[in-house]
Design a binder for this molecule. Structure first.
Ligand code: NAP
Length: 296
């Protein structure tokens, strides 16, 4: 029997609570031979206490949602926190209903806890927000949010009717991608909108952003190695603890192997000191000027 960890919760603007540590599903469902292990990994994580699963209609064209749907089958729906995302081109009256229905079907549920606009693209924010509110009122989603929104996008969102009902912004954030610390972090704090960090462990160094920047250095840096050694933890655990240190930040690392999932769950209890953060910042400083938002 897996011993359940105590996950932490963060408060959303609508007064509800969301698990601080969840599980990503991107790249799942792409290879049929890995399917069983991916389902088993998510199930293992849920039994361990990682009840939030993050998916998207885009991931493997629905197959990641299908993997997540298989994994949640034997759990009580009310114990789970299911998140999915709609493509911007589908976040309109003509497509959002069928997009959501497909996601719900694949996930094997009749509502989502959180529905995100995957990125802004050409979405008409007034229309998207109107539809998100409608889906909420119909009970199809509990709440909605956005992803990959920078300050200018959030400001535009704040101007449309009900735009301020946005519950979360999911963005790329890890020790090697600290752009939000320049301005978006403060902007959202003032509005009490929390974050979800994607690629929180920089894909264990394999991350290459849309702009072609590799995050390989994260795994080899002398300061990272030294801080990890001082705490007796792995580099990936340190990277995750760095993200989790922010109280308004949820993290959704993707992991298939139970050993990785155990490590990640244990990162909830790692407390980094100011000295640790200073040392990490010596290698990976917070930005001192506006940076283009990093995306995957
Ligand atoms: N909103 C967006 O635009 C967006 C974009 C990208 C991702 N996402 C979401 O965010 C989730 C996480 O991001 P991500 O998948 O890009 O990257 P990530 O979580 O930073 O890294 C995933 C990779 O790290 C490995 N890993 C995980 N824990 C580990 C550990 N303890 N030790 C060693 N390696 C470990 C995994 O290996 P194994 O799988 O082999 O265990 C996998 O290869 C995605 O799955 C997706 O749900 C959202």
């Amino acid at each position: 029997m897996t011993k359940e960890i105590k996950n932490k919760m963060i408060r959303l603007p609508d007064g509800s609570f969301m698990p601080k540590l969840g599980q990503g599903t991107w790249q799942m469902g792409e290879d049929d031979q890995k399917k069983e292990k991916e389902i088993a990994g998510l199930e293992y994580g849920i039994r361990l206490g990682l009840h939030l699963l993050d998916s998207a209609e885009m991931y493997a064209d629905g197959k990641a949602e299908m993997i997540a749907g298989e994994a949640v089958k034997s759990f009580k729906r009310s114990d789970l926190y299911l998140v999915s995302k709609v493509y911007p081109q589908n976040a309109c009256k003509a497509h959002i209903y069928s997009s959501l229905e497909r996601s719900l079907k694949l996930l094997g549920t009749d509502y989502l806890d959180l529905y995100l606009l995957h990125w802004r693209g050409d979405a008409d924010l007034s229309e998207t927000v109107y539809l998100m509110e409608e889906l909420k009122n119909k009970g199809k989603i509990r709440r909605w949010g956005v992803s990959n929104f920078d300050v200018a996008d959030m400001e535009d969102l704040w101007k449309v009717p009900d735009g301020r009902n946005c519950c979360v912004n999911q963005i790329l954030y890890n020790l090697g991608s600290r752009g939000i610390e320049f301005d978006l972090l403060q902007w959202q704090r003032e509005k009490h909108v929390p974050f979800m960090a994607y690629s929180p462990v920089g894909q264990a160094g394999a991350l290459v952003t849309q702009d072609g920047v590799s995050k390989e250095a994260l795994m080899k840096d002398v300061n990272v190695l030294e801080v990890a050694r001082r705490h007796g933890i792995s580099v990936v655990q340190l990277l995750l603890a760095f993200v989790l240190r922010l109280e308004d930040m949820v993290a959704i690392p993707k992991a298939v192997s139970p050993a990785h999932i155990d490590e990640n769950a244990a990162a909830l209890d790692i407390v980094l000191t100011e000295e640790d953060i200073d040392q990490l910042s010596a290698s990976f400083p917070a930005p001192t000027e506006k940076m283009p938002m990093e995306k995957y």
